[in-house]
Design a protein around this ligand. Structure first.
Ligand SMILES: O=P(O)(O)OC[C@@H](O)[C@@H](O)c1c[nH]c2ccccc12
Length: 279
């Protein structure tokens, strides 16, 4: 093993653990995609010039739930969750059940996702779609637009602040919405920049997978008022959503709680009606 020396000129942090593995693998994938497809082919995609749906509008629409429902086949912490699910069918049911947005994992190696899943979800939905992946390169942002995503995720435990600012600016210039994911106060303070639309507090620590919704309650008041506030991960009860809403959150990212069921769309439907009736 090489010693753990961080390169000051690197655009990335070195968070350690599984994240370092994910980053190393992703950098290889990006290199391959650049060679195989390339930016100019992406820009020729039919979807590239479409106007994105606004995350703000959809999250704040009173007839919607604020839930960002995630299509996730597997994860490093849980292994396989639901590898046979149909992306179009499930995400359509999510939307019909009042989801404000759809999140689709596009990482294959660690989450069993694909670009195909996102394209399918896009083709049957008219609410915002989040490309859930580890964005490390401008190429992936252009790709996100080309496959029909409306929102990209930038992860503060992986990207240095100057990289986040650069990526957020590019995303904005393409009309994409940007969600910055933070796990702790220092990440929020150092990474926040004007071109972001939303701040997500990830209740899961991506280095050791421990989950606590308390992270959201601890950070909510530190998020400036002009950003949408989203609580991510480990949410399985409607009561938690009501508490998070009271604390000031506009959005709630839920994956496993739905995907672990044989019929994730029906699970979201049931959750959503419980939320409405306050049970
Ligand atoms: O399945 P959960 O616990 O409801 O979590 C969903 C989502 O927040 C989680 O998948 C996630 C949050 N940040 C990420 C970054 C990359 C991949 C996945 C994620």
């Amino acid at each position: 093993m090489l010693p753990h020396i961080s390169d000051p000129s690197s655009p990335f942090k070195q968070p350690g653990g599984i994240l370092d593995e994910i980053v190393a693998n992703k950098l290889i994938e990006i290199k391959e995609a650049r060679l195989k497809v390339g930016v100019s082919r992406l820009e020729e995609s039919e979807l590239f010039d479409r106007k994105c749906y606004s995350l703000r509008q959809s999250l704040l629409a009173p007839e919607r739930t604020g839930i960002i429902a995630e299509f996730k086949r597997a994860s490093p912490s849980k292994g396989i969750i639901n590898d046979q699910a149909d992306a179009a069918g499930v995400t359509r049911q999510y939307a019909d059940a009042g989801a404000s947005a759809i999140s689709v994992l596009t990482d294959r190696e660690f989450f069993g996702g694909s670009i195909k899943d996102l394209i399918e979800a896009r083709s049957v939905n008219n609410i915002p779609v989040l490309r859930k992946d580890f964005i490390l390169d401008e190429y992936q942002i252009i790709e996100a637009k080309a496959i029909g995503a409306d929102i990209i995720l930038l992860i503060a435990s992986v990207l240095k602040p100057h990289t986040i600012a650069r990526f957020a600016q590019l995303a904005k210039s393409l009309g994409l919405n940007t969600l910055l994911e933070v796990h702790k106060l220092s990440e929020l303070e150092e990474s926040i920049c004007a071109d972001l639309d939303a701040i997500g507090v990830n209740n899961r620590n991506l280095s050791d997978f421990s989950v606590s919704v308390q992270h959201s309650f601890d950070l909510v008041e530190k998020i400036p008022g002009n950003f949408l506030k989203i609580s991510e991960s480990g949410i399985s009860k409607t009561e938690t959503i009501l508490e998070l809403k009271d604390a000031g959150f506009n959005g709630f990212l839920i994956g496993e709680n739905f995907m672990k069921e044989a019929d994730p769309g029906a699970a979201m439907q049931e959750f959503s009606s419980r939320l409405k009736t306050g049970r």
